[in-house]
Design a protein around this ligand. Structure first.
Ligand code: ZN
Length: 378
């Protein structure tokens, strides 16, 4: 059973809330319109983030005299086949396997390339790849064989139109498109894959995050703690890292990659609890994500990031807090804003009626735990 299946109410059991050295069992019925809206929005996409997800990988030939300003004016072209690209995507499969705890696996297949004429735009590469896709393919990943200009975006991704069952990319138009830059010979066969992972995130209906709500729609990717913001942040710290940072807990949760007992909603009073890191193996019991509703469209999220694996660029384990606001018709439009990107032991964050304190951060047997106290004024 998946959590929050009901349209009307959220029934939630907080398995073990530990406080004052003794264990309390807390059970309750909670209602959060904001969270229900987010869950229902994702329900439109069925099992888009679960199971084996068949993708076709397509190289698009861009003519030397292309007039699309998205491309750099140089005449260098990528000399790789779709099969060559697929052979480099194993770390992407491993990344999603890690974060979904084995519940989601993109399955990339190389297919025939497509091309556009000098007068046509890059978007037509994607339209042609979608038109030729086999009926069982759920998404197409198109790599242009030309690099984008410095000022252009590196790529884009979309989940396509809502679809619950037997979702063919031909019908939904689900796609990822990226320029050639990350696959050029400069990378000596070891391409950065953070952009691919970011665009695949959009194909799972994940939105951007940023440090200010004013940044939405302005192409500001300034949060180093989320694949859906500055996906290159790990490379900025260590040039040898190839993957993006991990996804935020809210995206893991809405993708059904956490268990019911890993998530709690707090509505009032003072509560102490232990969080384990979002990357912790699901065999380890414990909360990964705590949500506090602010109003009918907004919740505050609290999670623990461990500075290891895909998040090792963070250097310190930390508690992070976001404001999650449902907006629009899809998850892509959800507004995920950093409220605190690095809360350490002894520090607190306060906003409106909510106060969140980190009482302790410790690691035992390689499992990092944060003791948190949330106070919600009535
Ligand atoms: Zn993006």
């Amino acid at each position: 059973m998946k959590l929050f299946g009901s349209m009307f109410a959220v029934a939630l059991t907080v398995a073990t809330i530990t406080g004052c050295g003794r264990e309390q069992q807390v059970t309750g019925i909670f209602v959060s319109e904001a969270l229900n809206t987010m869950v229902q929005t994702e329900a439109q996409f069925g099992d888009i983030a679960l199971g084996s997800d068949p993708w076709e990988v397509v190289v698009c030939q861009i003519p030397q005299d292309t007039t699309d300003p998205i491309f750099d004016s140089n005449d260098v072209r990528l000399n790789l086949s779709s099969g060559d690209i697929v052979a480099k995507l194993d770390p992407v499969i491993a990344y999603f396997s890690r974060w979904s705890h084995g519940q989601y696996q993109p399955n990339f297949t190389a297919v025939n390339g497509v091309s556009i004429s000098a007068e046509e735009k890059s978007d037509l590469c994607v339209e042609r790849a979608l038109d030729q896709a086999s009926p069982t393919t759920r998404g197409v990943m198109v790599i242009a064989n030309a690099q984008h200009s410095e000022s252009a975006v590196g790529g884009w991704g979309r989940p396509g139109s809502p679809c619950e069952k037997n979702c063919s990319a031909q019908a939904t138009r689900r796609a990822v498109y990226i320029g050639a830059a990350d696959f050029m010979p400069f990378w000596t066969g070891n391409p950065p894959l953070d952009l691919v992972e970011h665009e695949m995130g959009h194909a799972l209906d994940w939105p951007h995050s940023s440090t200010s709500v004013d940044n939405f729609g302005n192409g500001v990717y300034d949060s180093d703690i989320d694949v859906m913001s500055n996906s290159a942040a790990p490379r900025d710290v260590n040039v040898d890292i190839r993957n993006a940072p991990g996804p935020l807990g809210i995206n893991l949760y809405l993708s059904h990659w956490l268990n019911d007992n890993n998530v709690a909603l707090l509505e009032n009073g003072t509560t102490s609890f232990d969080l384990v890191a979002t990357s912790t193996d699901l065999a380890v019991d414990g909360l990964r994500l705590v949500l506090v509703p602010l109003d009918n469209s907004t919740v505050v999220s609290v999670e623990l990031l461990q500075a290891s694996g895909d998040n090792r660029h963070l250097l310190d384990d930390r508690v992070v807090i976001h404001q999650i606001e449902s907006a629009g018709e899809t998850g892509f439009e959800r507004r995920q804003t950093v409220l605190d990107a690095d809360l350490q032991s002894g520090e607190s964050w306060s906003g409106g009626k909510v106060n969140i304190s980190v009482k302790q951060l410790k690691t035992n047997n390689s499992v990092t735990t944060a003791r948190i106290e949330v106070r919600i004024a009535s």
